[in-house]
Design a protein around this ligand. Sequence first.
Ligand code: F6P
Length: 538
Amino acid sequence: MTSHAAQAAVAAFVRGDKTVAWSGLQGHWQAHGRDLDLREIFKSDPQRFERFGVQAPEVFADLSKQRWDEATRRLLLELAREVGLEARRDALLAGEPVNTTEGRAVLHTALRALKGQGPFSDDVHEVLERMLAYAEEVRAAGFTDVVNIGIGGSDLGPLMAVKALQPYTQPGLRSHFVSNVDGHDIAPLLAQLEPAKTLFIVASKTFTTQETMANAAVARAWFLAGGGTDIARHFAATTTNVSAAAAFGIDKTFGFWDWVGGRYSLWSAIGLPIAIAIGADNFRELLAGAHAMDRHFAEAPLEENLPALMGLLEVWNRDFHGFTSRCVAPYHQGLARLPAYLQQLEMESNGKRVDYAGEEVPFATSPLVWGEPGTNGQHAFFQMLHQGTDVIPVEFIAVREPAHPHADLQTKLLANCLAQSQALMLGKTADEALGEKAPTASPDIARDVLARHRSFPGNRPSTTLVLERLTPRSLGALVALYEHRVFTSGVVWGINSYDQWGVELGKALCNALLPRFESGDVTGLDASTAGLLRRLRG
Ligand code: F6P
């Protein structure tokens, strides 16, 4: 596709609800989708697992426990074609300014493209080489602690990845992440550190974010007060705003570009703490995994294109079934922060209510994304998933081979994971419950009443993603899968997934309130804000 044609594809966007396929999906939902019963459909189609299993690089997805059928999938693929998903994808990958409200390209894929390929290759690889060489220097320099100070996309990606890749990290070199402007975040950490053995990375795309600048100032003051003198050795910055970093006193700076969105930036210099933790070769593996998923997204036919299918399913679940949230349950402790990472990736990207043309959309966009690792979630909120009044699709992530020697724990973990998706789907009727023993039940409760308490509706949908092992490569592929899925849903919804104006108002009001905390002046404030301000000032 020529650059002009790609640009035109973005400008002439077609919103999902204006398509023939959308009406087809509405009719299909009324006639079949609403009443589709997973138990029945599995009985009538023994090949369903094969039919709805998709293999992408590093990730297998079982989509057979979703409440859809062949006709749904066909209509969703028609929807994708009518909204021009492939042309829009090509425009994204070609570096067209798909972030129209900021007039920017969106090119996180260029950060993991091979040298000599993809837009801005020379710039990307120059910074990458420099950053990886610096990461290796730091690993050899005798530091014991690396503290990343950043928030949002300048925190969540590196934090999530370093935790996930813990077995690849260098012993004796600890990684820490400070994000909150709440001093309870940084203060206890500083109390454990030695200035002479600590490296601070100030990570901020803009280098203006209040929380990060405030924490960086605290870190610098602590460093100097503790006898530190060599700021150049102990502070580095990752930012697009190199001059602001220099003004802060940092000259070891790794830059990136406005076409890297904060929540898509872990592949850029923002990934420095990951590179320090796991080393240059492993960081390249992370990029390679993401690149493999990029190729899959760019080249696989939509019928077998996992990010596209998952993005379309999201639309089906959100706009036709009306499910309001999605639970992400990684059955791997290393992925404990993945749900938090995905909250920003998905909800900051697709939590929008107007389309590209500024028209309010008449359908729901991003679901609430939330979750915790299994099995812990099972002993907390899974009760609601099984018996609550809302139907909440669950995304299980299972990793076949562990990075520890405790085979028995791994078998139990995987059995739990499978059992949960099975239980959500199968449920249990009151009749089945009636025939069971319930040792802790009250002797005073009627048997049929108890059976109703102990029944499960079932037919609750889930997806299970399977990774062979959690490696830098498979993590890269997994995260890129989510990025492209977000893009796909955003295209169908006709929204700009790459701006985040919704965070502005709170920032502006905070800046306006700050001097009032000094002065105590509450003139013009609403009564609640005024009352709370007086109380909080003490
Ligand atoms: O929350 C808004 C936001 O702009 C995010 O998109 C971004 O990841 C985060 O703040 C941090 O911004 P910066 O990297 O510029 O400090």
